[in-house]
Design a protein around this ligand. Structure first.
Ligand SMILES: Cc1ncc(COP(=O)(O)O)c(C=O)c1O
Length: 414
């Protein structure tokens, strides 16, 4: 007998800010037979994926393709490509993932300056614009949707100011892509990094990115340096070591691989790409506008239910991230015990938070395939029951009714 039991994961209702449930069509696509990476059927799949990613990112950029690895591989690839040692980089921080951008930028040798906002808030765009004029960075790196605090940073004015000042702008849209509008071209974003495991509802393991010609120019300058190094005639720049540090995440090599030249780099993740391709097909069939509206609808129902339970929402409501709802844990309630009971008795997973918010808030995601009426109603019903079981006095039965009222008001299909 095998000592290790066959894998049999429990079906869960996943209401976290990622990873979330995956559409069965995506899982099915991931079980298709393997194709060789230069098989014309596979290269056609690569090209189609690029086409769909351009629609997702709302861009006319030539370059839109996935980096293999979780979302931080996309972030590292973009920052490693765009930052040369000694470059000034500005990172506005309003939650945990701003700190990740700082850490990666520092590893790239950047001189990083930061501005900070209290967790639960975002920046008035003018604050960032003033800092750009003051610090004169070569690059601004900024999070669009902060999953740690459930906040959404408006980007359009910051993008315009960066373009006017000839500063590159790289945006972490890992949590927002596919659930909240991300208008790469209209907002003048030079590089945008997405994630698969959240609003796209594809398993974790790829990071779709896009970047424009301004970003490409910076990347290719460094490629020239690298070629100089290879051929032994290192020029002045090469001597100062400005070559892209990573081979795996070198965008100049990755874009050659994704171009018609198909210059071999790594072995593409066949089954992940099948999954991403199917996830994007599902997304485009739903339509971006309808998909964003669906995320708004279920957020509204969830918030109505939480409010009916008289639980306080965390953070500035004017910049709430539609796909993550943060709830303040009431005094005297053990947040982890509530999460554990939800998981083990109801099969529902919600998240806690990080750093200063650990033990203070729960985070409930409404992302992608998990963002459905069934999931919202089940979560509210179970949440109420678990909180009552923990001794919290709350208006019984009101949460689900409030959510149903929202659905009825919107005439959401039965
Ligand atoms: C806003 C944001 N950025 C970056 C990441 C890092 O993504 P990954 O864990 O896929 O590397 C996450 C993951 O939760 C995130 O929410």
């Amino acid at each position: 007998m095998n000592a290790y039991p066959e894998l049999s994961p429990s079906p869960r209702t996943i209401m976290t800010p990622g990873p979330v449930e995956v559409d069965p069509r995506v899982l099915r696509a991931m079980s298709y037979p393997i194709l060789g990476q230069f098989d014309p059927e596979f290269t056609a799949l690569m090209n189609n994926t690029m086409g769909m990613l351009r629609e997702l990112f709302q861009t006319g950029n030539q370059w839109a393709y996935p980096v293999d690895g979780t979302s931080r591989s996309g972030i590292e690839a973009v920052l490693t490509g765009l930052i040369e040692p000694g470059d000034r980089v500005l990172v506005p921080i309003y939650g945990r993932f701003g700190h990740l951008l700082v850490e990666i930028a520092e590893r790239c040798g950047a001189e990083v300056s930061i501005i900070e906002r209290a967790w639960g808030e975002v920046f008035d765009p003018q604050e960032v614009i003033d800092a750009i004029h003051r610090e004169k960075p070569k690059l601004v790196a900024l999070v669009h949707g902060e999953t740690s605090t459930g906040r959404l940073q408006p980007l359009a004015d910051i993008g315009r100011a960066c373009r006017e000042a000839d500063v590159l702008l790289a945006v972490d849209a890992v949590a927002t892509i596919g659930g909240v509008p991300v208008e790469s071209d209209a907002w003048f974003l030079d590089a945008v990094i997405g994630g698969t495991q959240k609003c796209l509802s594809v398993p974790s393991g790829m990071s779709p990115i896009t970047y424009n010609e301004r970003a490409e120019r910076k990347i290719l300058t460094r490629k020239r340096v690298e070629r100089g190094l290879r051929s032994g005639d290192a020029d002045e720049n090469a001597a100062t070591g400005f070559r892209i540090q990573s081979n795996y995440l070198d965008l100049s090599q990755l874009q050659d691989y994704w171009s018609p030249a198909r210059l071999n780099h790594h072995t593409e993740m066949t089954s992940m790409l099948y999954g991403l391709h199917e996830g994007l097909r599902i997304l485009l069939a739903e339509g971006l506008t309808a998909r964003f509206a669906r995320h708004r609808l279920h957020e509204e129902a969830l918030v109505a239910g939480i409010t009916a339970m008289e639980l306080p929402l965390y953070g500035d409501p004017s910049c709430k991230l539609p796909v993550v709802t943060c709830v303040a844990i009431p005094d005297g309630i053990d947040g982890e015990s509530v999460r554990s009971m939800l998981l083990h008795r109801f099969g529902i997973e919600i998240a806690s938070s990080f750093g200063p918010l650990k033990g203070r808030i729960w985070r409930i995601g409404t992302m992608g395939y998990s963002c459905s009426r069934k999931n919202v109603l089940h979560t509210l019903g179970a949440f109420e029951a678990v909180l009552a079981r923990h001794g919290l006095k709350l208006p019984a039965g009101e949460a689900v009714q409030a959510a149903l009222d929202v659905y009825d008001r919107h005439g959401a299909p039965v």
